[in-house]
Write a protein that binds this ligand. Structure first.
Ligand code: FES
Ligand SMILES: [Fe+2]
Length: 474
């Protein structure tokens, strides 16, 4: 930790003109951790990306073969299956896994397939006394050992066979239950690689799922994920957030093969908006958040005086950061006084390859997951909101995922995620169907990427290529 000097490692020099995120860190009211100051880039070239990667069944088949079985995947949160016997079914790209909480608190994951005639063993999660197949009744204990064979006189030939349910590897990290089929993959932290240690400070294992929604999106899983990897589209797609989101000041960092991040500052005016003061920033955020937050961020009389008197261009950030520290402490009893303004205010949109985005920092953390769904033209997008569990309490069991209908907007889930966020997702949704159609109709079959603001997308494809070519896993 250093107070607050700027560190650059391998940073490109081209940036949106004006105050940078690093400049904002330098003005933070608290010491800022090194991992926020350090800028990390990679030289990944400028080649166009082939649209067939998003639209061809052949490419999706290559992903099923080379990608999905060879990565660590976010399969569940701990609070999805808190009690012994609780189960979760996790399905992705023709694979199907059954997670079961054991008596000793550990979690096992099995291929969710009956060893009799191959029916899915369980159709959905929930509590289980044992694992009984609904077709003919073959039954396993929750630890995967065979319990009962119906009409055993007809199956004496199975006595010599290993009939335990085949397992897949499980690791637990920050409250996430991760699985992989690959026996040789490094352990999760080593596999994620540089950057994983950032989370040690943010402790998402102290959080629980407060809301969970899902929607089938009319675009390939990669196109959908990529719409959440850059803040570049905010100025045109989400103009309502520019009053309090410094979109073009976002920092983009790339780590190893499996992690990258964007940090988008909040509580500051977008560089695209001119001639507005800090009172406009607070008013814009209050309007966006609505409800109780409206009062919280409107600023008390003393703060209004501070605002009027201040010539600090970042004064709104400081007021909002302190408002968050106070509100978070009141809500969960943890002490936020030593956390930087940035960590209690900004969007830390981290991605862990390939389809998992657990936001960092101390704000209510969003977690995205994108799964191939139905065909190459669709995916299942899930959004969870993690809240810190009040100090001294146990995490409540996670709510079931609220599935939004195919024709329904995200605003049909505004009671869970708030009107502001739901409106943002509906704007993204409006793009994504048109993106998928456009890529299939493209004359040159290419998409182009900005060198900096879209560097995370290029990084993602570089790693994907390593899996598809067999260079990874090492
Ligand atoms: S397929 Fe499972 S019991 Fe027959
Ligand atoms: Fe967006």
């Amino acid at each position: 930790m250093r107070m607050n000097e700027r560190v650059l490692t391998s940073a490109r020099s081209d940036r949106c003109p004006g105050v940078s995120y690093s400049d904002m860190l330098a003005a933070d009211t608290r010491p800022v951790p090194d991992c926020l100051f350090e800028e990390t880039g990679q030289e990944l070239g400028t080649a166009a990306i082939d649209t067939a990667r998003y639209a061809s069944e052949e490419f999706a088949r290559a992903e099923r073969e080379h990608l999905w079985p060879n990565v660590w995947q976010f399969a569940a949160r701990e609070e999805d299956l808190p009690a012994p016997g609780d189960t979760v079914v996790y399905e992705i790209a023709d694979k199907n896994y059954l997670l079961v909480r054991q008596e000793d608190g550990s979690i096992k994951a099995f291929h969710n397939v009956c060893l009799h005639r191959g029916r899915m063993l369980r159709d959905h999660g929930g509590p289980a006394v044992n694992l009984r197949c609904p077709f003919h009744g073959f039954t396993w204990n929750n630890d995967g050992s065979l319990k009962q064979v119906p009409c055993p006189w007809d199956f004496t030939h199975l006595e010599a066979r290993d009939m335990a349910l085949p397992e897949v590897r499980v690791e637990r990290w920050q409250g996430f239950v991760m699985v992989t089929e690959n026996r040789n993959l490094p352990g999760l932290r080593d596999w994620i690689g540089p950057g994983v240690e950032h989370y040690d400070r943010w402790r998402l294992d102290e959080c629980h799922t407060a809301a969970w929604i899902g929607r089938v999106m009319p675009a390939n899983w990669k196109a959908t994920a990529e719409a959440f990897m850059e803040a570049f589209h905010a100025v045109v797609t989400h103009p309502q957030i520019l009053g309090f989101t410094a979109d073009a000041n976002s920092r983009y960092d790339l780590y190893g093969d499996h992690m990258n991040r964007a940090i988008t500052p909040n509580g500051a005016l977008s560089p695209h908006v001119r001639g507005k003061g800090p009172d406009y920033v607070l008013a814009s955020l209050s309007k966006f958040l609505g409800g109780d937050n409206k009062r919280r961020f409107a600023g008390n009389d003393e703060q209004q005086l501070d605002l009027a008197a201040s010539d600090d261009p970042l004064v709104a950030r400081k007021i909002l950061a302190q408002a968050n520290r106070d509100a978070f402490h009141a809500a969960d009893g943890y002490d936020y006084e030593h956390f930087s303004d940035s960590e209690v205010l900004d969007n830390f949109t981290y991605n862990i390859f390939p389809n998992f985005a657990p936001w960092g920092g101390m704000v209510p953390n969003i977690v995205y997951r994108w799964r191939p769904w139905r065909d190459v033209d669709h995916c299942l997008m899930e959004v969870r909101i993690l809240m810190r569990t009040p100090k001294g309490s146990n995490a409540p069991k996670a709510p079931d995922m609220f599935m939004i209908g195919d024709d329904a907007p995200f605003t049909s889930a505004l009671h869970l995620i708030g009107e502001g966020l739901a409106g943002v997702f509906d704007q993204d949704l409006a793009n994504l169907g048109a993106v998928q159609k456009g890529m299939k109709a493209s004359a040159n079959g290419r998409i182009e990427l900005g060198l900096y603001q879209e560097s995370r997308i290029r990084h993602f494809h570089a790693t994907l290529d390593k899996y598809l070519s067999g260079a990874l896993p090492a």
